[in-house]
Design a protein around this ligand. Sequence first.
Ligand code: FCB
Length: 473
Amino acid sequence: MSEPTVHTDSTPRERSAMLHFPEGFMWGAGTAAYQVEGATAEDGRGPSIWDSFCARPGAVLNGHSGETATDHYHRFAEDVALMAQLGLRAYRFSVSWPRVQPDGRGPLNPAGLDFYERLVDALLDHGITPALTLYHWDLPQALQEQGGWGARETAARFADYASAVARRLGDRVPLWATVNEPWCAAFLGHAAGVHAPGLVDPALSLRTAHHLLLAHGLATQALRAAVNRQARVSVALNLSPVSPAADTAVDHDAARRIDGLLNRMFADPLLHGAYPDDVRADTRHLTDWSFVRPGDEHTIASPIDLLGVNYYSTKTVAAGGQALGPSPWPGAETVRFRVPEERPVTAMGWPIEPSGLTELLRWLHTRYPHTPLLVSENGAAFEDCVDQAGQVQDTERVCYLHDHLAAVHAAISAGVDVRGYFVWSLLDNFEWTFGYSRRFGITYVDYTTQRRLLKSSARWYRDVIAANAVPTS
Ligand code: FCB
């Protein structure tokens, strides 16, 4: 990729004060269907595993659900106008499988497909590139009742669904992602039980991870057959650099295990065509891995055009003692996660580590040198509130975004091929187990009136996009 470009219409002083991004860098923001759409029982949408999970007492903070969310299903035109106001070049959204195919197999719901077509057309009318994710965790409940992602069959159903969406939108959507964060869907959903479908079964969670990856591979092939030839296909992984808390053999081993389960277990089969031996060995007491059939790893490694990287923080780990209950780390349940004391954290308690993003992008570039990268999610929750002047001055988020964009720039300057950056999120929304208590948006949403209000970070981001550059400090 070419060096970051220098704008010729700025003075030398301004030039040195800005970090310029490559021409055509894709500036975007993201959301996901269940987190923003609402309208869960409208126009023929079927129930999803998140509807069922939210209905379970105690599963989600304050009993919240995505039933209304930010009402994006009805307000998408207003939201697209907002994106245009910010100058977004791209919008990453997900399609709700049960809205398009209520039972996860068989008949399609034309009204569901119509909705996404209206959204895509509105984006295109405003010159905003639609970046469509096929699966952001809302499996049709009907498929869960037939085994969900624990059943190999679900991967084939996903490829059919991918074809159906591609047949309708494949001529207009230039950027596709199959699955969002299979680690979360598999391990938070099936080992820790804190995400839908809320199961606690470490062996099942590993099988599930494989079926999600297989679904990605099959869907990639299905998309290639149905979308136009310029369209690009990707997958979005949540990845983090992992380091040992202390320079001891046991902490190094803990770091290797967590890195294996979080990073290499997903990226290796996708980009090297094989699961890591150490991850298989670490989990051998839970499963014999016979769910991996001959040819599966080849399918999973079907070529992709871009790897989506969702980055929020680094992980520092120490070897532990006893497991403290259900864990999202099958075979590494005793590992402890530490937040180094001096480190600032977000409202999620996640350490703020911009340099970890440079490190991660550089590591990916070294390990998988042929795959261009896209930062498909990055952002932070803070305690935002509307002040007396009616503004949301989210200075901490501006700093967070600034420092992470500078980190992306550093990776690009070091030769890493990063094609774009998507802020998580365009809007405050339903933050899964945390309900509406965590605000990640650059736009504030008043959940009683559904009024949208640009936060300072949105205005700051608008200026970044317009300049194709970030101030040095
Ligand atoms: C990611 C999810 C996204 C959002 C952010 C904060 O793991 O993909 O939906 O919840 O975290």
